[in-house]
Design a protein around this ligand. Structure first.
Ligand code: UDP
Ligand code: MG
Length: 316
C-alpha cells in the first residue's frame, strides 16, 4: 500500500442530528481531495457508533448502503470517546495508508485536512491539529481547557498544547499504536511517546453545529485525572518530596522546642508532643513516598508498553 488511501475515523455517540450534516461536508471534502489526486479513490469515512441510544447506527447503516465511501463500526455498548476512537483506528489499520481522527460535530475545521496531507507527504508520520485560538469558546471553557494542558505538563505528562484528537496518523503509527495495551486510555498522551517525524497544523475551532456536547466539566476533570494517573508518576514523587521536606522541618521544630524548653517558657509535656507530631508526620509521609515509588514501578511494568520503536534499520 502506498496509494494514499485515507480513512477518516469518527466516533459517534447520540449524533443523529449531526450525522447527515457531517456526511455532506465530508463527502464533498473527500471528493475534492480525490479530484486533486491528493488521496486514493478507495478512501473512506468510517463512523464508529459508540452504543448510541438514538438513531445514530440506523443513519450510519443507511449511509453505508447508499454510498460505498462510508463504512460503519458498531460497538456492543457505550465505551466512551477514547475507546470508540481506538476501536475505529485499530479496526481499519490494515486497510489504509493514512488515518485521520476527528469528532462528529465538525468543530474541527475539515479544511485543515489538505494541510494534514501535505505534511504527511513531506514526511510526517503524525500530524497534530492544534487550535489556533479559542476566541469562539465561552471564557470558562477556554480557561478550564487551557488550564488542563498546563496542569498536565506540570504533572509530567508530555502532551501537545491545545491539541485534542484531531490528527493524522500514518499506517505505521497505527501499527505501533496497537502495541500499547493499556486499558486506561488517554490517546493524546500516547502519540508523543510513539515519536517519529511529526508536525503541527493550526486550525480554527468552530462551534458545535448541532446536538449537545458530551463533555461537561465533570467529565473533563475526570479525563484530566485519567490522563495524569495513566501517564505520570510525578504525584508519587511529590509525596516523597513532601515527606522529606516535613522531616527537615521537624528537625527545625525539634531545635526550636528544645530552646523554648531550656528557656523555661513551656508547660509540661508540650515539647514532647510537639516534636512527636512533626517527626511522626514526616516519617509517615516519607514511608508513603517510598512505597509510592515502588507502586510507580509496578504501574509502569503492568502497562507493558513497548520499550522501543525502531524507525530505521540499515542492513543491506
Ligand atoms: N463521543 C463518543 N462516545 C461518548 C461521548 C462522545 O464517541 O461516550 C463522541 C461524540 O459523538 C463526538 C466526540 O466523541 O464525535 C466528541 O464529543 P463532544 O463533541 O461531545 O465533545 P466536546 O467537543 O464538547 O469536547
Ligand atoms: Mg465537540
Amino acid at each position: 500500500m502506498k496509494d494514499n488511501i485515507l480513512y477518516i475515523v469518527i466516533p459517534c455517540y447520540n449524533e443523529e442530528e449531526m450525522l447527515p450534516i457531517t456526511y455532506k461536508a465530508l463527502k464533498s471534502k473527500m471528493e475534492s481531495l480525490i479530484k486533486s489526486k491528493k488521496i486514493s479513490k478507495e478512501s473512506k469515512v468510517v463512523f464508529v457508533n459508540d452504543g448510541s441510544k438514538d438513531k445514530t447506527w440506523e443513519i450510519i447503516t443507511n449511509l453505508h448502503k447508499k454510498d460505498k465511501m462510508i463504512n460503519g463500526i458498531n460497538l456492543s455498548r457505550n465505551k466512551g470517546h477514547q475507546n470508540a476512537l481506538l476501536a475505529g483506528l485499530l479496526t481499519v489499520k490494515n486497510e489504509c495508508d493514512i488515518a485521520i481522527s476527528m469528532d462528529a460535530d465538525l468543530q474541527d475545521d475539515i479544511n485543515a485536512i489538505d494541510k494534514f496531507i501535505d505534511e504527511y507527504k513531506h514526511g510526517s508520520e503524525i500530524v497534530y491539529g492544534v487550535r489556533s485560538s479559542r476566541k469562539k469558546d465561552f471564557w470558562f471553557k477556554r480557561v478550564t481547557a487551557e488550564g488542563f494542558y498546563k496542569f498536565m505538563k506540570l504533572m509530567g505528562v508530555d502532551i501537545i498544547f491545545n491539541h485534542a484528537d484531531y490528527r493524522l496518523m500514518s499506517n505505521r503509527v497505527l501499527n505501533d499504536l496497537a502495541g500499547f495495551k493499556e486499558v486506561n486510555l488517554f490517546l493524546r498522551g500516547i502519540f508523543p511517546l510513539i515519536g517519529y517525524r511529526n508536525s503541527i497544523v493550526e486550525y480554527e475551532r468552530h462551534e458545535r453545529v448541532a446536538g449537545k456536547s458530551k463533555y461537561p466539566l465533570k467529565k473533563m476533570l475526570s479525563f484530566a485525572f485519567e490522563g495524569i494517573t495513566s501517564f505520570s508518576i510525578k504525584p508519587l514523587s511529590l509525596v516523597l518530596n513532601l515527606g522529606l521536606i516535613i522531616m527537615i522541618i521537624s528537625i527545625l521544630v525539634m531545635i526550636y522546642c528544645l530552646i523554648v524548653k531550656l528557656l523555661g517558657y513551656t508547660v509540661a509535656g508540650w515539647t514532647f508532643i510537639t516534636i512527636s507530631i512533626w517527626f511522626l508526620g514526616g516519617l509517615q509521609m516519607l514511608a508513603l513516598g517510598i512505597v509510592g515509588k515502588y507502586v510507580g514501578k509496578i504501574y509502569s511494568e503492568v502497562k507493558a508498553r513497548p520499550r522501543f520503536i525502531v524507525q530505521e534499520y540499515l542492513n543491506k
